[in-house]
Structure formats: C-alpha cells, structure tokens
Design a protein around this ligand. Structure first.
Ligand SMILES: NC(=O)c1ccc[n+]([C@@H]2O[C@H](COP(=O)([O-])OP(=O)(O)OC[C@H]3O[C@@H](n4cnc5c(N)ncnc54)[C@H](O)[C@@H]3O)[C@@H](O)[C@H]2O)c1
Length: 294
C-alpha cells in the first residue's frame, strides 16, 4: 500500500515530533489527542519548534506554513480511519494502549498498518488485541524526534515480512535511519540505556556525587553529549519509571528496577523538562540542580 496519510495517536512529547517529521516529509497527518486543550498544547509544540527554525533561518516562514497545513487535529479515534498507517504514541500504559488498539482496529480498514512507538511494552501483546497481527509493527522513534536519526523497526512473531518492509521503507521516507529489532522488551537501545540511567539515579542516591558531578563526569569523561540526569529530564521521569517497571517485570533483574528516588520524584510530579522540574529546576532561564533530592 502506498502511504500518503499518517494517523498519530497522542500529541505529547513524541507524538508531536512524529506528526511534525511526517508532515515535513510530505505526508498528510491526522493527530488525535484526549481533549481540545491537549491537542492545542501538542500542536502548539510543533508550531513553536518550527517558529524557532524560522528564527534561526533554517526554514522559511512559507515552509513552516506548508508543514503546519498538512497537520490536522482531532479528539476522535474514528477520524483516523482514512490513514494508511497509524502510529500510536500515547502514554506508556499497557491497558490504555490495548483500549486504543481495540478501538482503532474497529475503526480502520483491514489494510491499515498499525505501529506503536512504545519503548518497552510488547508489540506482540499489543498486536494480539487486534485482528491484524500481520500488519502490526513497532516504530520506535527517539526524542527529540525532528533531530534524532534513529528509528527501531520492530517485528513480532505475527508481523508479515511485507508489512515489516513497508514500515522500514516508511522510516527511510521520513529521512530516518532504521534498524531492525525483534520484539524483546527495550529492543536494542533501551536494553542498554535504561540500566545506565537508573544507575545514575542510584549513584546520586548513594551520594557518589552531586547532580552536576554525575552529569559532568559522563559528559567530559566519556564524551557523551549530555549527562544521564539531564537526559532523564529530557526523556521524562514518569516515562522512564514506566519503562523500568515494565523491563523489571519482564527480566526480573535488579539493574532494571526503578530506584526509590525516581519513584518519589514521579510521585511528586517532578517529570523533568515537561513539568518544569526534575533533576534540574527549569523555572529560571538557566536550569539549576533541584533542591532537596537526596
Ligand atoms: N519520551 C521519550 O523519550 C520516548 C522515546 C521513545 C518512545 N517513547 C514512547 O512514546 C510514547 C509516548 O511518550 P511521550 O514521552 O510522548 O509521553 P507524553 O506523556 O509526553 O505524551 C503522551 C500523550 O498521549 C496522550 N494520550 C493518552 N491516551 C491517549 C489516547 N487514548 N488517545 C490519544 N492520546 C492519548 C496524552 O494525553 C499525552 O499527551 C510512550 O509509549 C513512550 O514509551 C517515549
């Protein structure tokens, strides 16, 4: 099937980025959020990303208008029915995603390709609630989607070779570099990254170093573009917490268990950049380490 229309479920951090890159690559995009308010916020995120690109002289105002004109918003899942592919980027919660897929399966024609951006849930388990296991893949984008080149294309035991290749070609059409992964929790990147991020929180908990020491240590000592606690603030502490729980549940290995400090921060609503506070406080112009973490 030739993909021209892309449906996106969720217009949060990832969904807004996915909608943006699809529209930038010439696809028509329909994005669904839970409420008009969340939709406005998500579309506003795309608008301000593009506005900054105009300010920096990277794109013209006409190009911004053209990209925005390809994106339409809705609060109805049924409105995604004309899509040739639906990419789901809703909150990392199995029950919530299963409900979404049941409703999408009823609303979309049998040929529509379904893709989940899940970081840690089983593609097989999600596909199993639909009648289209053969046309169900993982398309795991990275944050921030407009800047990060990688997409993990994930196959479940049910995925057909044809659907997998369609998804792989679609990722390339977005200007991304896809890699192939099997449906093992965390796929390639999070399997290696999540234990590292959790260890950084444990190092902070155990007083090995301060927030700044840990971040500067990994940035300057290992040549990483940013430290692990800064990265956690970008990814979202809530999202990382969900992912760690799912990975721990799957592998029962201590290295995947979320440390108590991460749990407390999530309980406190300290989700990172998106809530204005995480390991750093973003209320002033320059982020500074948050007070009272350990
Ligand atoms: N944050 C990251 O760095 C990252 C990276 C790769 C993949 N992911 C995955 O992407 C997905 C989304 O993560 P995020 O970071 O964008 O989270 P987020 O909290 O920023 O956004 C999730 C959005 O989904 C919306 N939503 C929830 N239920 C919905 C429904 N039924 N219909 C439509 N919208 C719904 C929420 O209102 C919210 O705006 C998760 O599966 C996550 O694991 C996240």
């Amino acid at each position: 099937m030739q993909i021209r229309i892309v449906g996106v479920v969720g217009c949060g951090l990832m969904g807004s980025g996915i909608a943006q890159v699809c529209a930038e690559s010439g696809f028509d995009v329909i994005v669904r959020e839970m409420s008009e308010e969340l939709l406005k916020k998500g579309l506003g995120r795309i608008d301000s990303f593009l506005a900054k690109s105009v300010e920096k002289g990277k794109i013209s105002a006409e190009r911004k208008a053209e990209v925005m004109s390809r994106i339409s918003g809705t609060t109805s899942l049924e409105a995604l029915a004309p899509s040739h592919i639906v990419i789901e980027a809703a909150t990392e919660n199995l029950e919530a995603k299963r409900e979404i897929y049941k409703a999408l399966d009823a609303a979309c024609p049998q040929g529509t390709l379904f893709a989940s951006n899940t970081s840690s849930l089983s593609i097989t388990e999600l596909a199993a609630v639909t009648r289209r296991g053969a046309r169900f893949v993982g398309l795991h984008f990275f944050n921030p989607v407009p800047l990060m080149k990688l997409v993990e294309v994930v196959r479940s035991p049910l995925t057909s070779a044809e659907a997998f290749e369609e998804a792989f070609a679609f990722a390339k059409a977005l200007g991304k570099t896809p890699i192939r992964a099997n449906d093992k929790t965390g796929f390639v990147v999070n399997r290696l990254l999540v234990p590292y991020l959790l260890d950084a929180v444990r190092a902070l908990e155990e007083g090995v170093g301060s927030v700044v020491d840990i971040d500067e240590g990994m940035r300057l000592g290992c040549g990483h573009p940013m430290g692990p606690l800064t990265l956690l603030d970008f990814v979202g502490l809530d999202t990382t917490f969900y992912i760690a729980n799912i990975m721990f549940d799957e592998f029962r290995e201590k290295r995947f268990a979320p440390p108590p400090l991460l749990k407390r921060m999530v309980q406190a609503g300290m989700f990172g950049r998106k809530s204005g506070m995480g390991f750093y406080d973003y209320s002033a112009d320059a982020p500074k380490p948050s007070q009272g973490l350990v």
